[in-house]
Design a protein around this ligand. Structure first.
Ligand SMILES: [Zn+2]
Length: 170
């Protein structure tokens, strides 16, 4: 019986091999410290803004999270322009704060995230990791529901504004 950690590490190596990337991967306290300027570390993060090219993972437990973050490393390395990794590293703290807030607000619409989620689900499916696949599918579902509800909210808001403008000019 392979231990969970060994199982996790073997898959991490396998994902990195599949994607032809080899970023340093940090865990636990070290990962939290490294991710600090990106906001708090939820499950995992890919750190790139200062050219760290580093994956930060809270724990060695979720293969789907690891696959998601390694996919960001792949995007950064091979599809830099398509995934818009062009933000200047030297931002003022003020601008960095706002670009982080905008990223959070538009998270579910971000093509980086959609692509990383799809890759993670696909990896788990190909490797018959049923528990991780379920988690990955849940993430995709939440993301879809969020996109739909945010869109409906926006349409409702805009049509209300249009209605009010119409009422006030007639
Ligand atoms: Zn992500």
């Amino acid at each position: 019986m392979v231990s969970d950690t060994l199982f996790f590490e073997a898959h991490l190596d396998n994902v990195a091999y599949d994607l032809a990337v080899s970023p340093p991967v940090l865990y636990g306290e070290e990962a939290k410290q490294a991710a600090k300027k990106y906001g708090s570390l939820d499950h995992g993060a890919y750190l790139w803004k200062n050219n760290e090219n580093t994956v930060a993972l809270k724990n060695k437990d979720s293969i789907s999270t690891a696959a998601h973050e390694l996919r960001h490393a792949w995007q950064h390395k091979y599809e830099h322009t398509r995934f818009n990794y062009n933000l200047s590293a030297k931002q003022s703290r003020f601008r960095a704060f706002f670009s982080r807030k905008i990223y959070q607000a538009t998270y579910f619409f971000n093509r980086k995230e959609i692509d990383a989620d799809n890759f993670a689900a696909d990896y788990c499916r190909r490797n018959q990791l049923s528990y991780d696949l379920r988690k990955a599918k849940e993430r995709i579902l939440i993301s879809k529901i969020s996109r739909i509800s945010i869109s409906i909210g926006l349409i409702y808001m805009l049509s209300s504004i249009a209605y009010l403008i119409n009422v006030s000019i007639t």
